[in-house]
Design a protein around this ligand. Sequence first.
Ligand code: SF4
Length: 331
Amino acid sequence: MMPRSSGRFSGAGVASALPIRVGVSRCLLGEEVRFDGGHKRDRFLTDVLGRHVEWVPVCPEVEAGFGTPREAMRLLGDAEHPKLITMTSKRDMTTPLAVYSKRKLEMLEQTELSGYIFKKDSPSCGIERVKLFNAQDMPSRTGVGLFARAFKERFPLVPIEDEGRLCDPVLRDNFIERMFCYHRWQLLVRGPLTRGSIVAFHTGHKYLLMVHSREGYRSLGRLVAQAHCYAPKQLAALYGRLFMATLAVKATRRKHVDVLQHLIGHLKQQLTPKEREELNSVLRDYHQGLVPLIVPVTLIKHHVTMHEVGYIQNQAYLNPHPKELMLRNYV
Ligand code: SF4
């Protein structure tokens, strides 16, 4: 068994002194808390990601006092204000779950979560497409679990996903990248916050932002160029929102190729014609889907290290999350 990581990962020159805390639906860790007394252990979470994060496990239904095993529940009524109703006895559990959620979210505020992984399809934990029944007992996939909804409203910047969507390598890479970015952002905001530290953070995330959205990157650039117009806290509030929204835009293969070409451009002076040709050839292979992203990134990192190109070396794009997760081997 590999040693557990401290979860202390630094990127873009921002060192993390604290573990990265991630909320998780308890049943995904293998705890027998489901309505039927079972669990839904997710091996990627327990055996891989768990080495790099500190879990904060939550089971809303058990912690609200519903017990295990318990009667199964479902969402009923209007998509914006659904009720949580037990399947057979038709008891309304909406209020106890809402009271619990309010109390729990206040506690989680202190925990400073950098992400949350919810159990899909659950009337308490599902983040989207949960079955919602109408008065005629017809289901539609338009519901959101009651606890997940309350969490999203209370912590709109915290990246969330469900374990089903994490099976997609692109979504997995994007979610974990956002989690680590948000963790670095939390550390920055917690430290002695200055306009200069926000500008330096922005500089270190340039290529990572560009690979998601050039428009988002430009808007953030305009904001930091006007840094002197804002108090540091005000600037951080504006920057943090736009930063997380930009990272949520999907990075495509085409956008990665653009960014990688930019990085190669920085190495123009240092590379021999043969090395340049090799890099361009690897980039073509990546563009055509013949090799994964890790291949061109590793080759560029090699040249950046060999030639000590400081500006690029500190870019979060080259090290967005722990390499042991091997996320870029599959995208
Ligand atoms: S889905 Fe949520 S409420 Fe249901 S068992 Fe898992 S953690 Fe508990």
